[in-house]
Design a protein around this ligand. Structure first.
Ligand code: SAM
Ligand code: SF4
Length: 328
């Protein structure tokens, strides 16, 4: 196990396999999309597998596949199959918007994937269209049903947007009454790829909790698992749990065990940094696995202490990213 320069273990990689997406969520990207990466700019599956092998050698044992929308990249299942065979990788999870995921659910189960994060910000079809600019709520709900039926651990991610889906907080939380799912409310972060000016979110974790308490004064705080980014709660008698992710407030930096790899191969050791190592260039310029591992170790041992410090450094360099280039 590798520790960073602030004595935090690093064992969790979030891998964004594409920047492309079949939705256009307003908190993530503009209506016209992004300047999509060319095929040659994207890390190939062969490169990703080589890197994952190196990461596993450094102590990464958990990988989350994200994007963009992972299922819009061709041959994702083949890649997952190879990834699941890398020694040392004990857990593979996935984050998806659920639009095109349904046909792949049985294969995910066969590959040993047990936990899926499904992004769903509202149960209202019009509001879904307003937020994502696509009329895909029915497809996402079918995916949700199938995941539950196939007994995946499902975490629903909902970004809370002021004056938009804030009215959905209570109906979304009510899903936990009869369904064994976690519904997690996320503070909006400033990664919308230029869709709108990014300001501090009105709906921070305190306001979200107050809203839940107004309907369920007896909502109970649960113990949070180690390295969790969410504050966990449960409404007495309900099957599922509720999470609140203080992604903008950044309350979880002290126990952060995660690193990120962007689709074009930038290593991020903090969600808020600009990318600290261009691994694509490192592999394409002929470095050996040992040499790449050495570069990674140096990056792990030079991490910012928290997201505020990383953001200040990123701003000084000048950046404006979309979450589809980061992976969430
Ligand atoms: N396309 C997939 C999906 O939406 O689930 C995976 C990639 S998406 C970038 C990963 C997560 O980031 C989603 O749960 C999404 O809601 C969240 N996200 C995107 N932009 C965000 C923002 N500006 N603030 C907070 N969360 C955001
Ligand atoms: Fe696509 Fe996910 Fe970004 Fe929405 S949040 S636009 S689904 S990558």
């Amino acid at each position: 196990m590798i520790f960073d320069n602030h004595n935090r273990p690093i064992n969790y990689l979030r891998l964004a396999v594409t920047d492309r997406c079949n939705l256009r969520c307003s908190y993530c990207m503009p209506e016209h999309g992004l300047d999509w990466l060319s095929r040659s700019a994207l890390l190939s599956y062969e490169e990703l597998l080589r890197l994952c092998h190196i990461f596993a050698g450094l102590g990464i044992d958990k990988v989350r596949i994200t994007g963009g929308e992972p299922f819009v990249r061709k041959d994702l299942i083949k890649f997952l199959d190879s990834l699941s065979n890398i020694e040392g990788i004990k857990q593979i999870n996935l984050t998806t918007n659920g639009v095109a995921s349904l046909p792949f659910i049985p294969r995910l189960k066969e590959l040993g994937i047990r936990s899926v994060n499904l992004s769903l910000d509202t149960l209202d079809r019009e509001r879904f269209f307003e937020i994502t600019r696509r009329d895909e709520l029915p497809a996402v709900l079918k995916t949700l049903d199938a995941l539950i039926e196939q007994q995946f651990h499902v975490k629903i991610n909902a970004v809370v947007l002021n004056g938009n889906n804030d009215a959905d907080i209570i109906p979304m939380a009510e899903l936990t009454k009869n369904l064994p799912v976690d519904v997690r409310f996320i503070e909006e972060m400033p990664f919308n790829g230029g869709d709108h000016e990014a300001t501090s979110p009105v709906w921070d974790h305190r306001k979200i909790l107050e809203q839940l308490q107004s309907s369920w004064p007896d909502i109970q705080k649960l113990t949070d698992p180690p390295n969790s980014t969410a504050f966990h709660y449960q409404i007495p008698g309900f099957k599922g749990k509720i999470g609140i992710i203080a992604a903008w407030t950044r309350s979880f930096c002290g126990s952060c065990n995660r690193i990120r790899l962007t689709p074009q191969g930038m290593l991020k050791t903090c969600l808020y940094d600009n990318g600290v190592l261009n691994i694509r260039d490192a592999i394409r310029s002929g470095n050996s696995n040992d040499q790449i591992a050495e570069k990674l170790m140096i990056a792990f041992r030079s991490r910012h202490e928290n997201g505020w410090e990383a953001e200040a450094a990123a701003k000084a360099e000048g950046s404006f990213e979309s979450m589809a280039m980061i992976g969430g």
